[in-house]
Design a protein around this ligand. Structure first.
Ligand SMILES: [Zn+2]
Length: 245
């Protein structure tokens, strides 16, 4: 394990299915990296337009809810220090890891050229015995992984992107969160409060009074035996090895 406490990429792209996924999972890392000068690109694939079970609402509410949740996501991104916010506006609850989605993500990666991409775990179906992972999370994670490798860096995949001027780009590292095989722990002790503040911007979705304890318990658990108070953990795929160059 390299000294991940010291590694700050020049740029990083976060790719998630819903508004608030990023804040729950990697908010502390993004805030830490942004503060240290990393250029952060935040990509939200759906705008969370199914995030309400209010019995007075029906499908006509979806565009309004999407708009509200985009505002919440933008506000959270501002707290974290995100530089570029991208909404892809797929339908919440109906996401599939299609070639079309992979291609759009490939285009974004080639456009912004992030050194690092952070996404969820495409292998995760279950967490503990109480949470079935939302299929949108798996779909987003799979499409993101497949866009990072092989699509973004392979010249002759999606040649219409090439024709439109999107040259291949090799992402150096893929940070996978929500894994039971973590190999990297990022110390977020200095940014846990920023993470919580960002998460609280999603007031339409979460009990804002409860998230502080919740996030601190998670991050404390992640930091167990690692020598710091709060952490976020990852499995890191090293796709371009600097030492071999
Ligand atoms: Zn979600």
């Amino acid at each position: 394990m390299t000294n991940e406490k010291e590694y700050i990429p020049k740029s990083a792209m976060s790719i998630h299915a819903h508004p608030d996924d990023q804040e729950f999972s990697i908010g502390g890392t993004l805030a830490k990296w942004a503060k240290a000068g990393c250029e952060i690109i935040s990509v939200t694939i759906t705008s969370g337009d199914s995030g309400s079970n209010d019995s007075t609402k029906d499908g006509k509410y979806k565009p309004e809810l999407a708009k509200l949740r985009e505002v919440e996501q933008q506000n959270a991104n501002d707290v974290l220090g995100v530089k570029h916010t991208v909404f892809m506006r797929y339908l919440d609850g109906e996401l599939q890891p299609t070639l079309a989605l992979r291609k759009e993500l490939t285009k974004l990666i080639r456009q912004y050229k992030p050194e690092v991409v952070l996404a969820g775990n495409p292998e995760a179906w279950f967490y503990g015995n109480e949470y079935v992972n939302h299929p949108d999370h798996r779909a987003a994670a799979q499409a993101a992984t497949e866009a990072v490798f092989p699509s973004a860096g392979t010249r002759l995949i999606f040649t219409d992107l090439l024709d439109a001027g999107y040259e291949p780009h090799n992402v150096k590292k893929l940070y996978v969160h929500g894994t039971d095989k973590p190999d990297t722990w990022i110390d977020i002790t200095e940014t846990i409060d920023t993470k919580i503040e960002a998460l609280k911007k999603h007031a339409s979705q979460i009990p804002v009074d409860e998230v502080e304890k919740w996030m601190k318990d998670w991050a404390k658990e992640d930091a167990k035996d690692k020598g710091f108070e709060y952490a976020e953990s990852y499995r890191v795929m090293v796709l371009v090895n600097e030492e071999e160059k």
